[in-house]
Write a protein that binds this ligand. Structure first.
Ligand code: FUB
Length: 500
């Protein structure tokens, strides 16, 4: 499959999808930008949006759809359209700034079905808007709550170079960088359309963070023909959030939010906080949702619970009316459950922090034989166990260091069965990449595209900008195996993956 890419003014058709083009923030590696493309989608929904003003690329890629998130990169400067200071206030100015992976530079496309789109900033959900619906040249561009105003409606026109122009519906004028400045902070405005490269924009598809908002400890799984993500809702001091949401996707890029599927404060009698790190498995049409949670006052330690529903999007109800594994039953914290189901249909539960435990689940999925619980303690183990199988080899993966550390990372061992025996630690799969400003990469899960050797890793990292151990975002990147079965270190990316 081909896709168009843009690399420092050169466009072309990439011969193959691998290796992926990786975006390097220009501030750090000026002159060596390798951006993933302008992948302008000619989907049914967006085809009407694109008014071809130049020679249309013969094989324009089919990636931008309603709901896609993009960086808007000014051709003359290579800088990103950016809501100043990541403000969430109405009327905050939009300028250009060095591309840095921030949500205030990420714009979600809403296809209005009338030949125009809205562009909503991911950090604020406010729309790119010509201030006061002015029709004057030089009118500034701001963010404003999305409305039906035609000063928030933009037509995407392809130029002959594979770039685009963005024309405001109410004025017919083009989005540009004031005075064709190349400086950080130069504001965006509208002006009569011309041929200047300061009115030309690269639409750079960005799929990371995979889901908007603060989410950590993602568990990615496929049920039927659909992928699902479940995660810790982040952004609370002491990880004190109570709610789990479910997200689904057919292509790993466009995710639907199904809302809250379990609120431990409302739905679980023995808990009222610390809804952490879920895992999920299906058996006979029932979905079993494993989670950790605690109760304020008295013994505040975390327990491991299980809830059940007849749909992967819930609503889930407590399966037992008590924890599946109570605090203190085994060494360490009773948190971070994950389930692996082997080809023979048997499911295994893994959990623990400080100490790692594993046990075959009974077929009811809500009990196990305590005499079969085994503890495996690889070097540097902290938490977040996840197990997969490939070609008869089993991979036991975990997170090292503290989630509040930028050195939070994922390592692995291998074994010949779902319960080992496991090798000693083989090495690190995923870690920070300071050259991209990526920190605290860990608590992951892995999913395989059925019938292929295509694997994806979901994990969290510190939010960009200003994230830390309780302000984390969920990413999805590729995971590759080497010919000898070892796992190639994952390259964490700011821009994410191509849709399946
Ligand atoms: O999200 C709360 C806790 O942080 C998880 O249980 C740990 O794995 C760590 O990511």
């Amino acid at each position: 499959m081909c896709y168009r890419y843009h690399r420092r003014g050169v466009t072309g058709v990439a011969p193959q999808r691998e290796p992926r083009l990786r975006r390097v923030p220009p501030a750090r590696k000026e002159g060596s930008i390798m951006r993933r493309t302008i992948s302008v989608a000619l989907t049914a929904a967006l085809a009407a949006v694109l008014l071809l003003v130049g020679a249309a690329p013969a094989s324009a890629a089919h990636h931008l759809t309603d709901g896609s998130s993009v960086n808007l990169i000014a051709r003359h400067s290579g800088k990103c359209a950016d809501v100043v200071s990541a403000s969430t206030a109405n009327a905050a100015e939009v300028g250009q700034y060095t591309c840095n992976g921030g949500l205030n530079q990420l714009w979600r496309i809403r296809d209005l079905g009338n030949g125009y789109v809205q562009l909503a900033a991911r950090h604020s959900d406010q729309c790119l808007d010509v201030d006061g619906a002015s029709t004057a040249n030089g009118a500034k561009v701001i963010q404003w709550p999305c409305s039906s105003g035609t000063n928030q409606q933009w037509r995407i026109e392809l130029t002959g170079t594979g770039h685009t122009r963005l024309t405001a519906r109410h004025s017919g004028k083009c989005l540009e960088v004031a005075s064709a400045s190349t400086a950080n902070g130069a504001r965006l405005q509208q002006r009569d359309c011309g041929t200047g490269t300061d009115q030309q924009w690269e639409l750079d598809l960005v799929s990371n963070p995979a889901i908007p908002g603060l989410f950590a400890d993602p568990n990615i799984v496929r049920f039927g023909d659909t992928y699902y993500l479940y995660a810790t809702t982040d952004g609370f001091a002491g990880w004190s959030g109570t709610r789990f949401r479910a997200f689904s996707s057919k292509d790993l890029v466009h995710w639907t939010d199904h809302g809250v599927i379990l609120d431990v404060a409302a739905d679980i009698a023995w808990a009222d906080n610390s809804a952490w790190a879920p895992g999920i498995a299906e058996r006979n049409g029932e979905y079993y949702f494993y989670f950790s949670a605690g109760k304020a006052g008295g013994d505040t330690r975390k327990h491991l619970g299980v809830a059940v529903a007849d749909s992967p999007t819930g609503p889930f109800r407590d399966a037992l009316g008590r924890p599946l594994v109570s605090a203190g039953t085994y060494a360490g914290q009773m948190i971070d459950p994950a389930v692996f189901t082997d080809a023979d249909g048997r499911s295994y539960l893994y959990w623990g922090q400080g100490s790692s435990h594993q046990v075959p689940l009974n077929t009811d999925m809500v009990s196990f034989n305590a005499s079969q619980v085994r503890t495996y303690q690889p070097a540097n183990y902290n938490e977040g166990t996840f197990v997969v199988e490939r070609g008869g080899a089993y991979y036991f993966m975990w997170s090292e260091n503290d989630t509040r550390s930028e050195d939070y990372r994922v390592a692995y061992a291998t074994g010949s069965s779902p319960t080992g025996p496991w090798s000693s630690r083989v090495g690190v799969i995923l870690q920070k990449d300071l050259s991209q400003g990526i920190k605290g990469t860990g608590h992951h899960s892995v999913v395989q595209v059925p019938g292929t050797d295509q694997w994806y890793i979901a994990y969290h990292r510190f939010a960009i900008p200003n994230g830390d151990g309780t302000h984390r975002e969920t990413m999805i990147d590729r995971l590759h195996f080497n010919a000898d079965g070892t796992i190639r270190p994952v390259v964490p990316t700011l821009e994410g993956i191509e849709p399946l």
